[in-house]
Write a protein that binds this ligand. Structure first.
Ligand SMILES: [Zn+2]
Length: 425
């Protein structure tokens, strides 16, 4: 383990630590973030009213929409001069959520990711190829800092050019690859195309994150590459990847509870549910300096598992993920909401029925936006229609950062009434 004292902390001691850190977070948030002051005042609650961990239920929730209104910096709890890194969340909203990190936040992030890496059996002898995007989104940065922290050799491969990735993997003796489940399938297919037997490589682990990992995709990766798979969970609004990670027992993802309080709530009634019940994941940060979040509703549907893990860690685990409370969907590692796509189309004067169709073509994820053909979307000339479709595709790509196709089709081509049809397995 990377931090055995914290990772195996007895539950009683952990609760004391959580309460102490919660109270300090509430005080800082109330003092420095106008949004929290207003929200607490509206609920007639003060930070000092929270005297036990269950008192957290008295606090108001924080929603994505509320954070969006604080664009760009109004959710920051420290002055900008103390912020050393700025990231944004992916394109599911009109305006991105801008998050900040102090130097301590970055150190903490690296430590949490290092717990995941060490839990996955990664050591300083490993060569880690990070095939995540390095950019405004948190992408590869958490993996990168953690891998350096444990002394592994880091290859910041970024994403794209799969042939080059495979050559790097072979020639640079990569032993661990970090990527999304979708990209793992693409790498696997490329190895096949190039006639490279995965067993001939040094690869021994694959660490995944940023997308749902279905059992069938997991099996494909595990069997195809012949290596152990470790999954992780994160949120670009909360921190990035590094909220929870799988250990070698493979019985759920350990939440780093000394850094986060996780609750599961009924998405409709907002009542807090007990461990073992499915519901929306709500996260409170305990150590974030620049961007503390109090009862943030993630929209992810999951379940908490109690009990000491066979690995010895005492922290609760996240069971599988069962979808979202909204229509937001991950495509090629980015979150996209159908509502956002409709907004983009409206700005170009298109206001017809749409359906988002996501599927796999071989290992590749494809997304098509189906538009119902109406009089205003009827063109005499094929060329005019093609140009118009290209214009829409470009606008959607710019607005969501995900490339999607646009197809103008009769209503009979729609699959039922769903807003999103996801045919990936
Ligand atoms: Zn474990």
């Amino acid at each position: 383990m990377f931090e055995t004292d914290y990772e195996t902390m007895p539950r009683g001691e952990l609760a004391v630590l959580q309460l102490e850190r919660l109270q300090s977070t509430l005080n800082r948030a109330y003092l420095n973030v106008a949004h929290y002051r207003r929200a607490f005042d509206a609920s007639s609650i003060l930070p000092e009213d929270i005297r036990s961990l269950t008192d957290i239920r008295k606090l108001p929730f924080t929603t994505r929409q509320e954070i969006e209104k604080c664009y760009p910096y109004d959710m920051f709890a420290v002055p900008l001069r103390e912020v050393v890194r700025i990231h944004t969340s992916s394109g599911q909203a009109r305006r991105p959520i801008v998050t900040g990190y102090t130097a301590n936040d970055l150190k903490a992030w690296a430590r949490l990711m290092a717990r995941f890496l060490v839990g996955a059996g990664i050591t300083k002898d490993d060569v880690i190829q990070i095939a995540f995007r390095y950019g405004l989104m948190t992408g590869g940065f958490g993996f990168h800092a953690a891998a350096e922290l444990i002394g592994a050799s880091v290859i910041p491969a970024d994403i794209g050019n799969t042939v080059e990735q495979v050559i790097i993997m072979r020639d640079y003796l990569t032993s661990v690859i970090a990527c999304t489940p979708g990209y793992a399938l693409i790498l696997l297919a490329k190895l096949g195309e190039l006639g490279i037997n995965p067993q001939s490589l040094r690869l021994r682990r694959i660490i995944l994150g940023a997308e749902k990992l279905s059992p069938s995709v997991r099996e494909k990766i595990e069997k195809g590459l012949g290596i152990e798979v470790f999954n992780s969970y994160g949120s670009s609004v909360v921190l990035g990847l590094g909220i929870a990670g799988e250990c070698s027992a493979h019985v759920g993802l350990h939440v780093y509870e000394d850094f986060f309080i996780l609750e599961i709530v009924d998405p409709q009634t907002r009542a807090v549910l007990e461990p073992g019940a499915k519901g929306e994941l709500v996260i409170t940060t305990l150590m974030r300096e620049a961007f503390p979040l109090i009862r943030y509703r993630t929209g992810d549907i999951t379940m908490l598992k109690e009990g000491v893990c066979p690995c010895g860690r005492t922290h609760m685990r996240l069971a599988d993920f069962y979808g979202r409370t909204d229509d937001t969907i991950k495509i090629k590692g980015a979150s996209v909401s159908p509502e956002r796509i409709r907004e983009i189309l409206k700005t170009i004067g298109v206001d017809t029925r749409t359906q988002l169709h996501i599927y796999r073509e071989g290992p590749y994820e494809r997304a098509d936006v189906l538009l119902e053909v109406v009089e205003t979307l009827f063109f005499d000339e094929m060329r005019a229609q093609k140009a118009f479709v290209e214009k829409l595709e470009k606008a959607i790509h710019t607005g969501t950062s995900v490339r999607m196709g646009v197809r103008i089709v009769p209503s009979s081509a729609f699959k039922g009434d769903a807003v999103v049809v996801d045919e990936r397995d």
